[in-house]
Design a protein around this ligand. Structure first.
Ligand SMILES: [Zn+2]
Ligand SMILES: [Zn+2]
Length: 225
């Protein structure tokens, strides 16, 4: 049975590996940036949250399947072959691809956002339009998606080079960041175990190594390159 979709509820499905060994992946950081920049451009976006599957949520597959049906484009974020071939991520882009070639979604497409990719790109994805996870790459992807969806492209949405947040030319306030890169340090815990931390030399703030860092000691306006 071929089901032809003549409309889509959502523009983009962002597929990525969320965590590895309990730590957020670089892929998840890029995906979140991409989500924010797409929302700022006015796109409807679904960001799959694979933490649901890790919690064993039985509705996860249903939710993913519904979102895959409703989205016209799938954007795959990846830094490693291993991550994009992990079970849920692969399920998402592979089933989306099957839908395209079987005629269920004849006008749908897959795009990739890769960042210093490690490994080999799977054959299915090798000839897909690919963008870099940089300000220029994001801009090119937004221009591309705007032309595909017929939405007007905004030229005033940027990624802050200090804090990594998305901002518009109309609102540059709210930047919070550490001007110096954190240094890895280790300390002995009460039980004699070695614990890893990150220390910011700008303000001597110490954070847990696995704690995704937000905030900073300098406040001001966002900056773009
Ligand atoms: Zn600082
Ligand atoms: Zn900023």
């Amino acid at each position: 049975m071929v089901r032809v979709k003549d409309f889509y509820m959502t523009d983009v499905f962002i597929s990525f590996k969320n965590t590895y060994g309990g730590e957020p992946t670089r892929d998840s950081v890029i995906a979140k940036q991409l989500y924010d920049i797409m929302k700022a451009h006015g796109f409807d976006v679904f960001m799959s949250n694979s933490t649901l599957s890790e919690c064993g949520n039985s509705n996860f597959k249903e939710e993913i399947d519904r979102a895959l049906d409703e989205c016209k484009y799938l954007v795959l974020v990846g830094t490693k072959e291993e991550y994009i071939n992990s079970p849920w991520v692969k399920y998402e882009w592979d089933i989306f691809y099957q839908d395209i070639i079987s005629g269920n979604k004849p006008d749908a497409d897959i795009f990739c956002v890769f960042d210093s990719f490690e490994g080999t790109v799977p054959r299915t994805l090798r000839y897909k339009e690919t963008f870099a996870a940089t300000q220029d790459g994001f801009s090119a992807l937004m221009a591309f998606l705007s032309s595909k969806t017929g939405r007007a492209k905004r030229s005033d949405v940027f990624v802050c080079k200090n804090c990594g947040k998305i901002f518009t030319a109309a609102n540059m306030r709210g930047c919070k960041y550490h001007p110096k890169k954190p240094l890895p340090i280790t300390e002995r815990g009460f039980g004699g175990e070695i614990r890893e931390f990150l220390l910011f030399p700008c303000c001597n703030k110490k954070i847990e190594k696995n704690n995704p860092h937000t905030g900073g000691c300098v406040f001001g306006f966002h900056k773009h390159l």
